[in-house]
Design a protein around this ligand. Structure first.
Ligand code: GTP
Ligand code: MN
Ligand code: MN
Ligand code: MN
Ligand code: MN
Ligand code: MN
Length: 199
């Protein structure tokens, strides 16, 4: 993992820390792009109000709610559905990247991954665009992550070359490996290519 690992318990013991919880919701899919390119998995991210890509979720106050209940509350605001999140969905917790080396971050980000059925994911997409209170405000829209690589390099590499909030990009990349969503060699090629796109 790219972040300095903290256990859930260590993270909660930090006095004076703020906490944010975000989740990667995904499913398998048999569908194909242009009727021939396997899409393999639907992974949901969002275009945030600040123009950065990130995962759904947000700030949680552990003195008022559990991390998982707070994350569910954020999902209701941002996706329009009350998805239950459990401790088993927790992947890791770490300090957010520091804005400067002299001021270490007091924000701890907790990351969760939840696998769903394709129909449930599509229902989340419909709700996020229609009934979610934050739609058009804090959340400009949900986006799926393209996992394939097209001739000429289109797909995952240009997606990874966009700007992400905090360490959302490493949360995505680490999860693609950890949950076997992209072959390691293909991911490696996409990462290398993504760094060359704007340079
Ligand atoms: P408000 O309701 O406006 O307070 O926003 P929110 O509660 O939805 O908070 P937000 O989702 O913006 O997350 C809070 C902080 O966590 C952000 O300011 C970022 O620093 C960080 N953050 C946001 N999204 C992600 C993400 O996907 N991954 C990681 N690691 N950090 C994130
Ligand atoms: Mn078309
Ligand atoms: Mn929010
Ligand atoms: Mn949020
Ligand atoms: Mn919030
Ligand atoms: Mn809010």
């Amino acid at each position: 993992m790219a972040c300095g690992q903290l256990s859930r318990a260590e993270a909660l013991a930090c006095s004076g820390c703020r906490h944010a919880c975000h989740v990667m919701l995904y499913s398998d899919t048999e569908s194909q792009l242009f009727g021939k390119i396997p899409i393999r998995h639907i992974i949901l991210m969002q275009m945030r109000f600040d123009g950065l890509l990130g995962f759904p979720g947000g700030l949680v106050n552990p003195s008022e709610e559990t991390l998982e209940a707070g994350l569910s509350r954020e999902l209701l605001e941002e996706l329009g559905v009350a998805l239950p999140i459990s401790i088993e969905d927790h992947v890791d917790s770490c300090h957010a990247p520091a804005s400067s080396p002299s001021s270490p971050s007091r924000l701890i980000t907790h990351f969760y991954v939840k696998k769903m059925e394709e129909e449930q994911i599509k229902e989340v997409e419909r709700a996020a665009a229609s009934t979610a209170p934050d739609h058009g405000q804090e959340v400009l829209g949900m986006v799926r992550v393209p996992l394939y690589t097209r001739k000429g390099g289109g797909g995952l590499a240009p997606f990874l070359s966009h700007s992400f909030i905090g360490n959302a990009r490493s949360q995505l990349v680490d999860s693609l490996l950890r949950f076997n969503l992209v072959a390691p060699e293909e991911l490696h090629r996409a990462l290398t290519h993504s760094l060359k796109i704007h340079s």
